[in-house]
Design a protein around this ligand. Structure first.
Ligand code: PHE
Ligand code: FE
Length: 285
């Protein structure tokens, strides 16, 4: 593990130097391994915008990406940059970064023993998963608006509802394309197993995105999702969220996230009603 893993920042925004020169040969090799594996899995599963972003930033050029190299490229495309952070940062710090078109990314990389699952977001999840879509103009604008919306949600005391929106779009979103359902969420796209599960397994629900429905839905942080929400386009997502004043919505959502992760409700436009077999099997064992 590199020295970055345990460094803290004395800055209020939690930013640290990536210290790219400190990554070990083996840490670069872990990136290359994850990159090659995930790029192959995503070829027929990820949305084109995500694949374009990977290519545009040349994230597979070899080794862990150096922020000093990718930042000028990303900034030229959409005005976003990536800043290294030592750990998950507090909500308001996170929102402030997004609102200023800065994506906070964990600087450390998982070990070989953690290839398939880690709890804390590392540089593979944050950069391979999140950064490609920041090259897309509409998605880049959505992320900035989300950061501003986050600062507002804090004042309304509705963070849980806004977090559910992030979870079911930025992390675990699916998109409908002429070629079929595709992945755009980073929690899926940075996971080999969930990439297959989200698209191909009969177990989870796949339901059309509806803003208020999503913001009322609880979610799992410890396993694959039981429901995935499907947008038609990033424009749809942008309009549904950015063009809506959440204040009246927050007033209606006073009961918090009341829908269980696996529940379907009568107003849902269901694309696939899940069998639930995967999570049933897990809770039985
Ligand atoms: N429109 C939201 C509000 O009024 C802000 C927001 C935009 C939140 C995009 C999330 C995503 O608070
Ligand atoms: Fe993430």
């Amino acid at each position: 593990m590199s020295a970055n893993a345990h460094r803290t920042s004395d800055r209020a925004d939690f930013a640290i130097d990536q210290n790219w020169a400190d990554y070990t040969v083996d840490e670069h090799a872990v990136w290359d391994l994850l990159y090659a594996r995930q790029r192959a899995i995503l070829a027929d599963r990820a949305d084109d915008a995500l694949l374009h972003g990977l290519a545009a930033l040349d994230l597979g050029r070899g080794g862990i990406p150096d922020f000093r190299i990718i930042n000028p490229e990303l900034h030229k495309l959409t005005g976003w940059t990536v800043v290294a952070v030592p750990c998950l940062v507090p909500d308001e710090v996170f929102f402030t970064h997004l609102a200023n078109r800065r994506f906070p990314a964990g600087a450390f990389i998982r070990t070989r023993a953690q290839l398939d699952y880690i709890q804390e977001p590392d540089i593979f999840h944050d950069v391979f998963g999140h950064v490609p879509l920041l090259t897309n103009r509409v998605f880049a604008d959505y992320m900035e608006a989300y950061g501003k919306g986050g600062l507002r949600a804090v004042k309304f005391g509705r963070l849980k509802n806004l977090a559910a929106l992030y979870w079911y779009t930025v992390e675990f979103g699916l998109i409908e394309t002429p070629k079929g359902l595709r992945i755009y969420g980073a929690g899926i796209s940075s996971s080999a197993d969930e990439s297959r599960f989200a698209l191909e397994d009969a177990s989870p629900n796949r339901v059309r995105f509806d803003l208020e429905r999503v913001m009322r839905t609880d979610y799992r942080i410890d396993d694959f999702q039981e429901t995935y929400f499907v947008i038609r386009s990033f424009d749809e997502l942008f309009r549904a969220t950015v063009d809506t004043d959440f204040a009246p919505l927050y007033a209606r959502l006073a009961d918090g996230v009341s829908h269980r992760p696996a529940a379907l409700i009568p107003s849902d436009k269901v694309i696939h009603g899940g069998t639930g077999a995967y999570h049933r099997r897990k809770s039985a064992s």
